[in-house]
Ligand binder design. Sequence first.
Ligand SMILES: *[C@@H]1O[C@H](CO)[C@@H](O)[C@H](O)[C@H]1NC(C)=O
Length: 355
Amino acid sequence: MRTTQTLFVLHLLSLGACGPYYYRPQAGRSGEEYRYHVRGDQALLGHIQYLERSGPRAVRAHTGANVTLPCRLRVLPRDYRLKWVKLGRSPRENIALMADSRRERARGAFAARASLPRADRHDLSLRLRDLRLEDSGSYKCELINGVDDDSVTVELRLDGVVFPYQANKGRYQFTYYQAVQACKEQDAKLATFQQLFEEWQKGLDWCNAGWLEDGTVHYPVAVPREPCGGKNLPPGIRSYGARDKQRDRFDAFCFTSTFKGSVYFRRESAMFDYVGGTSACRRDGATVAKVGQVYSAWRFSGLNHCEPGWLADGSVRYPIVSPRSRCGGSQPGVRSLGFPRLSHRAYGVYCYKPR
Ligand SMILES: *[C@@H]1O[C@H](CO)[C@@H](O)[C@H](O)[C@H]1NC(C)=O
């Protein structure tokens, strides 16, 4: 059985004119420096720093969990207003919660999920319930106190997995907006550079360029080789930079986090075509698993099964945690047989059952 890697080791040389250039952490830099943002530290000279700077700058959690983003007062102001803002590229400020020393009000997508636990008089931490994929990112705790405004930034990282995604018509079919949609349909969202970087550190190697959330296009190379940007470059994330979101077409790098539920393999002696597989899951009170769900189950629940099965998008895949040569090679991963004819009665099926 071929692996995803060999299936899709297609050359990028056709794009040679515009890249790739090369990204890699500088030697000697620790992963820590990548893990923490240090914005919000530049309090002006002579101003009082109201907020503590010693707390964690990044918090990790998974979707569905509750999390507390820390923010503490060093000095108690007489009165204050507090604003928790989710930072993003949108010019409109995405306010999660506004408060003063007595009242609070959560806003927008955070309306029913954000609150201030106020564990003591110094505590301005933000509690977020039932985390969603789109909650990942940086949050600013902003104290508004007349002239001595102060803020600190905390990053919320979701534990997750990045997977490359191609259309069933083959590689390089997605505009940026189609890539956004394709990831969504697989229970995922376009990955950030940071998320792709972390997956590359875990060994992701993919020789096709894909969209990231910020509209740039990259691909991660673990084993340098001629068709993937050249043998002489060290391993790293190759970049094509920002591309035209309407016109340029690439694959997608999708990010998904853990889910509530389970994914399992199902087969019968006669094997299923796509429709047969769908019905088999339905008889169990389940649905055919999406690609993101299979990746999550592989990464977080150790789903390991050396038999290909249908997935919801019409692709056929199987997840391998303990690699064996007859199960697609020496690396763990979710193997893909691509998109066979839907009438092909040759596979099992992977079903997803919500908890
Ligand atoms: C999150 O908090 C709510 C109530 O605040 C609770 O009902 C729920 O079980 C918590 N979820 C988790 C995953 O702990």
